[in-house]
Design a protein around this ligand. Structure first.
Ligand code: CIR
Length: 256
């Protein structure tokens, strides 16, 4: 069955890293309510949840996606690009070690899970400020024996590759063409976000459905016109921390 690892919101989330959004007052109590609704959405879509306790000294620790890549064959701890985020992985690694063989990206490599878009045996890695070529080379070595190909993807003006492009159906992507070159993904059907909603490209695909933030009605209409069901969540406070729907969970298959 599908499993999801999530972590409760840190009391210090207002001190989070920010790269492309302005700092705004952040309501931690509301962030927790929204995060719990997100957990309910994962449950409703069939995930069994592992909820890690909050880490109040690590502001960005709710964004568990960034610290690991979980494949069917192994899990890779990533070594996040922001030094303030490197301690977040320890407890996630403990949880993943129960279900996967663990490997690690090591210095000088840096890699954020938000930069990794895996589609079947293709692993696309955004060349963001957080993820470097040393990590891509390490990742390539770790996954090649399992038949995966790693592709470096140029991008600009956003935090992570999955801020710009996510998978919404078997061979269909939702894409923000201002932030990533559409040609890289020429083999896929592409739906563009509505230009009035620049942050609308991040969706979380679970089975045939999408977890999708409220607040992007025009892009959502484009997704629904393609026959894809959308499960809305309100994430305003996590968006102020430059988070989105993929970054709050690590999803994997396990019989456990
Ligand atoms: C950071 O800058 O690292 C956090 N404030 C946001 C991380 C969001 N992660 C993601 O989209 N995968």
């Amino acid at each position: 069955m599908l499993h999801a690892i999530v972590r409760e919101v840190s009391a210090s989330m207002a001190d989070c890293q920010l790269s492309f959004v302005q700092r705004e007052p952040l309501d931690i109590a509301l962030a927790r309510v929204q995060h719990h609704a997100y957990q309910q959405a994962l449950l409703a879509l069939g995930c069994k949840l592992t909820v890690l306790p909050a880490q109040d000294t690590l502001p960005d620790s709710v964004f568990v996606e960034d610290v690991a890549l979980v494949l069917d064959e192994l899990a890779i701890m990533t070594r996040p690009g922001a030094p303030s985020r490197r301690a977040e992985g320890t407890s996630v690694a403990e949880a993943l070690a129960r279900v996967r063989t663990l490997e690690h990206i090591v210095e000088p490599g840096t890699l954020d899970g938000g930069d990794i878009l895996r589609i079947d045996r293709d692993i696309y890695v955004g060349q963001s400020a957080r993820s470097n070529s040393a990590a891509m080379a390490q990742l390539r070595e770790l996954v090649a024996p399992h038949g995966y190909q790693v592709h470096a993807v140029p991008m600009q003006d956003c935090l992570h590759l999955k801020s710009a492009v996510t998978q919404i159906a078997e061979r269909t992507l939702l894409i923000q063409p201002a932030w990533v070159d559409r040609q890289v993904f020429a083999d896929y059907t592409q739906i563009e976000i509505d230009p009035s909603e620049p942050h609308a490209a991040n969706t979380l695909r679970i089975g045939m459905q999408l977890v999708y933030p409220s607040g992007f009605p025009r892009t959502q209409a484009r997704i629904e016109q393609a026959g894809i069901a959308v499960h809305n969540v309100e994430l305003s406070e996590l968006q102020k921390a430059e988070g989105a729907v993929t970054c709050c969970s690590l999803i994997y298959q396990s019989n456990a």
